[in-house]
Write a protein that binds this ligand. Structure first.
Ligand code: MG
Length: 343
């Protein structure tokens, strides 16, 4: 098995604003594996908060030992060996794991979801993210999101109630609210969550800072809405404590290390009675398609990363009228755009 990789900057359609940060692009590394006549693509997306960079991904990729895979068990074994190379580097690990799935799906003439025994069925509606922005831009983005059935609203500001009121003047669609750690006081959070529940909001993500377990548990106990951990949890190891603090968890391939780890987290999360959301970073259709392979197993899907970028280096229809769809074709079902990729 051979590997090639290329740095790639994912350019956002709009400035991406959350409670503590905003940006216009997200660095990524696209990788390609070759085995015989087959090729498989993977992606590491690198939002600043996870601490990985294009250089750290490439340094990781240069340290791993690859070999041909001839069965799904081989893929799982090789993934384990690669994961043992370092204790962090989860986006780098995800890129290899995703690419191996694309590759082995093609070798074995099947889609990735079939490798996990998942049957083809109608999928969830994905939420479409409206970042923090000026009132004019929020209205414009809601208009652009016409075909999506659920919107995910970024809050965690001084003006949360005003933003919600503005949104409710434009649409009565169901909403997910993501506070991105922006709420400070548990009592006002509780009051606001009650208000959200009366306004067709379906869940709240990451109300408090990462390590504020106490207030998260306090709010989860009292909230009429599921309280979902995002930044607070990363890998399967976090589930044991997260089940005592949150109603659910947001699993992302870039946080946990890829499809195999996400699958294990879904199973363990279910055993712990947690609601499961499958989310994403700013990602191309490569990593989004990888997550969609598991989306039949979860309660909520927030897989809109590829819809928010201008220069997707892959073609793949991941969504129709707001509903996720399993891509056709073997592996991930993605088609590389050779005009954008050099590998
Ligand atoms: Mg989030």
């Amino acid at each position: 098995m051979e590997i090639k990789f290329q740095n790639y900057e994912l350019l956002l359609r709009h400035k991406f604003g959350i409670s503590y940060h905003s940006r216009l692009s997200t660095p990524a590394v696209i990788i390609k594996l070759n085995q015989g006549e087959y090729e498989g693509y993977g992606e590491a997306s690198l939002p600043p908060y996870l601490g990985e960079t294009q250089d750290s991904v490439i340094s990781f990729l240069n340290r791993i030992k690859l070999r041909d895979i001839t069965s799904f068990n081989d893929l799982i074994d090789l993934s384990k060996e690669i994961n043992s190379v370092s204790i962090n580097d989860y986006a780098a690990k995800a890129s290899i794991n995703i690419a191996m799935h694309d590759l082995y799906g093609k070798i074995s003439n099947q889609s990735c979801y079939a490798l996990y025994g998942i049957e083809k069925s109608p999928l969830l509606f994905t939420s479409y993210t409206i970042g923090i922005d000026s009132p004019e831009m929020i209205i414009k983005k809601i208009e652009e999101a016409k075909s999506y059935k659920i919107l995910k609203i970024k809050l965690g500001t001084e003006n949360d109630r005003k933003i919600l009121e503005l949104i409710r003047e434009c649409t009565d669609k169901p909403l997910y609210v993501d506070a991105n750690q922006g709420w400070k006081d548990k009592y006002s959070a509780q009051e606001f969550v009650n208000y959200l529940a009366e306004n067709n909001v379906l869940l709240v993500e990451q109300p408090f800072p990462i390590n504020n377990y106490e207030d998260s548990a306090w709010l989860s106990e009292r909230s009429p809405l599921p309280i979902i951990a995002d930044e607070s949890i990363q890998t399967i190891r976090d589930i044991d404590w997260a089940k005592n603090c949150f109603t659910g968890i947001n699993i992302k391939l870039m946080k946990c290390g890829g499809i195999t780890e996400a699958y294990k987290m879904i199973k363990k999360g279910r055993e712990a009675n947690l609601k499961i959301m499958l989310g994403c970073m700013t990602e191309s259709s490569c990593a989004i398609s990888a997550a969609i392979q598991l989306s039949a197993l979860v309660d909520y899907a927030d897989l809109d990363g590829n819809l928010l970028i201008l220069n997707d280096p892959f073609t793949c229809n991941t969504v129709k009228d707001g509903q996720l769809k399993l891509p056709d074709g073997n592996g991930l079902g993605i088609i590389p755009d050779k005009n954008k990729l050099t590998i």
